[in-house]
Design a protein around this ligand. Sequence first.
Ligand SMILES: C[S@@+](CC[C@H](N)C(=O)[O-])C[C@H]1O[C@@H](n2cnc3c(N)ncnc32)[C@H](O)[C@@H]1O
Length: 207
Amino acid sequence: MDIGKRFDTVANRYDTPDKEERSRIFVNSILQHLPDTSDFKVMDIGAGTGTVDMILSDHVREIVAFDLSQGMLDVFRQKIERSGKNNIRIYKKDIFSEDFPEKDFDLVITSMTFHHLKDPVSALNRLKGYLKKGGYIAIIDLYREDGSFHSDNTDVFHFGFDREEVKNWLKETSLEEVYYGIIHTLQKEREGQKKDYPIFLIIAIKN
Ligand SMILES: C[S@@+](CC[C@H](N)C(=O)[O-])C[C@H]1O[C@@H](n2cnc3c(N)ncnc32)[C@H](O)[C@@H]1O
């Protein structure tokens, strides 16, 4: 089963109050470290059910969102329709193997998706091509974990990322760091105990 089909199977139960809360924290953290975003055109990779975009869309001009899972995008589309928002476009497309004609984005975001990508450096290089000069990329993902975050590690290529790896991504892609920090900690019950999973945000600029 490919990753898109795997997420199809969880799409209808993906949205939870926890995801809503963490998405608010993610958006606030991104906005806190950027200049005025009200005229920004944003690309979201691995947008899923739009947990982040439904919040971020109130703070930017437009969001163009991509995901491989039709099920996740169906849930996202229903949320867009219910809200009456008209500044989000969604596409079922693998931006890493197919081209997309618009290349003038002010900001590329990706949340909880990079650990599902085989080669983060080549992914980042590809995403850099969609940014205008002076544009930003914001990546939110798991800090290095012991492999217990997902109950099934199929399609999980990385057990999070440590600070050095993330620094190296920017070196390899000639992006300049604007901000790095741990912005949130997720908790899961593992072997009868609560376990912490820190989440990092890195923001970089294309000079
Ligand atoms: C854990 S979900 C994150 C969803 C959302 N960004 C959030 O923060 O809640 C990861 C999403 O990435 C998508 N995904 C994985 N690889 C992808 C790729 N190469 N291109 C687009 N989407 C991808 C999956 O289908 C899934 O919906």
